[in-house]
Design a binder for this molecule. Sequence first.
Ligand code: GLA
Length: 384
Amino acid sequence: MSYPAGAGQAERWFGDCFGGLPGGVWLAPGRANLIGEHTDYNQGWVLPFALDLGVRVAASRRDDGVLAIASRQSPGPPAELPLASLAPGAVTGWAAYPAGVAWALREAGHPLAGGASLAVDADLPQGAGLSSSAALECATALALAGLYGLGLPRPELATLTWRAENDFVGVPSGIMDQSASLLCQAGHALLLDCRSGETTAVPLDPAAAGLALLIIDTGARHALGDGRYAQRRAECDRAAAALGVSSLREVTSLAVVAGLADPVLRRRARHVITENGRVAETVALLTGGDLAGVGAVLRASHVSLRDDFEVSWPEADVAVDAATAAGALGARMMGGGFGGSALALVPAGQRAVSAAVTAEFARRGWPPPGFIQAVPSAGARRLR
Ligand code: GLA
């Protein structure tokens, strides 16, 4: 019998931390976002896909009411948190994410009375903008729901994990990352309507088109909690209020946006409205079998994020420009901004783009970027 990817390693790690075999092993992937950036909290549309990298949680039930958590990526003895003590702000550092999930489940009426032991193992780089924290939350949620037989539907788990991040950890993110990790399908991107929660799997098979999706980890690290992300959210809310709508999702006319008196709010709203349009355009291109045509849309998204939303960062701008000059069909910064990764659509099997980006970083004295070929993969699941 062959081991499903990584399950054996997580299982052994569980044995090292807690002894014996776990009750199960669960995996939740990180995500890339093809397009639809800073649209989720504006009730708009996003089009992410799951990566074949993620977080594995090997877990068992306990009977002492404690949540014990150990991570292979964070040396030290397991954190032991009495479930009854979990409250927003009570846990700091990486353990706040799994603890937040247990808290959100409890708040939703699932007390997990006996507790659980969780051994975490990740092969996803942290801080690279690939949603390693959402992957940790989603793997934990699947593990706890599985151990306690909760039978919760995936969209509900997405809301619970999002709540853990916002209300327990205190990071004001949107719903995209948790939804992507839990709901994506292999060979597809996930079109998510963030107002209705409606999802559609959109075929995304770069290899079949002779293309590849290349993640460029710029090495610059970001933190959603540093205030700039929250500031963008607040600006969008102010723009919506000034336009008399409940969210920028309601606005489709750029002429309406042009009427905003504040030039900053005007730019922020223009990004959100044009980005929603670019998601629709991308879905139409993919549905029509024209992945190459998406290149120009990625480029337009980058320009909008850089100039109107002002969330790009120097390494991303250099990566996008160098990739495009070296033959990428399109490229853009990805995720919340101010650090993390860019995404480039490139001809398959050639190294010109990665070589050009690496050379450009070296010329500026920056540390070399990392590269990951992004293969649209399956969402979170039980491995054993
Ligand atoms: C981060 C957040 C998401 C989303 C993106 C920007 O990744 O976690 O909810 O807002 O930024 O599109």
